[in-house]
Design a protein around this ligand. Structure first.
Ligand code: RP5
Length: 172
């Protein structure tokens, strides 16, 4: 099983302008010792490469694809139409235009039968894409399930600590 989870996730994004947002996804995966394949592939500017990537992902051992794009964000859906792998979509807010709603609707409004699991717009979505991908893989990976359990407990403990600090500040 060594390294199995390291190659199980692929991240694709439509442009290098999406990378600063998707770095948050990559960083969370690293905390789970997952080092995904990361590609810049555009459904519109490099459609042939997008098709080739989608067609070959499963045979390369990829189990979950995270696809991020902004504006008319067709990358996740275009890949979903060519592979049975689960696709997690991350809508990115572009530097201009309607605050990411364009990308959200382009990502989430898939026709029945070809789903994309769309996350929230931007950084929150990028982070949740990582956690959601880990949750999928953890179903069949006990080591990863243990790391996920630890992650969630630490997350809860952080909130409890913040509440404790707040309560202490209110009585002092
Ligand atoms: C999308 O268009 C990309 O995913 C990016 O979010 C947006 C703008 O791309 P650039 O003009 O910054 O390359 O395809």
């Amino acid at each position: 099983m060594v390294g199995a989870s390291k190659t199980s996730i692929a991240i694709v994004m439509g442009s290098d302008s999406d990378l600063s947002t998707m770095q948050k996804c990559i960083d969370i995966l690293k905390t789970f010792d997952i080092y995904p394949e990361v590609r810049i592939i555009s459904a519109h500017r490099t459609p042939d490469i997008a098709a080739e990537f989608a067609d070959n992902a499963q045979s390369k051992g990829v189990k979950v694809i995270i696809a991020a794009a902004g504006m008319a964000a067709h990358l996740a859906g275009a890949i979903a139409g060519r592979t049975p792998l689960p696709i997690i979509g991350v809508p990115i807010q572009a530097s201009e235009g309607p605050t990411g709603m364009d990308a959200l609707l382009s990502t989430v409004q898939m026709p029945p039968g070809v789903p994309v699991a769309s996350m929230a717009i931007g950084s929150a979505g990028a982070k949740n894409a990582a956690v959601f991908a880990v949750q999928i893989l953890a179903l069949s990976d006990d080591d990863l399930a243990a790391k996920l359990d630890k992650f969630r407990k630490e997350q809860s403990a952080a909130v409890v600590a913040k509440d404790k600090k707040l309560q202490e500040s209110l009585i002092s």
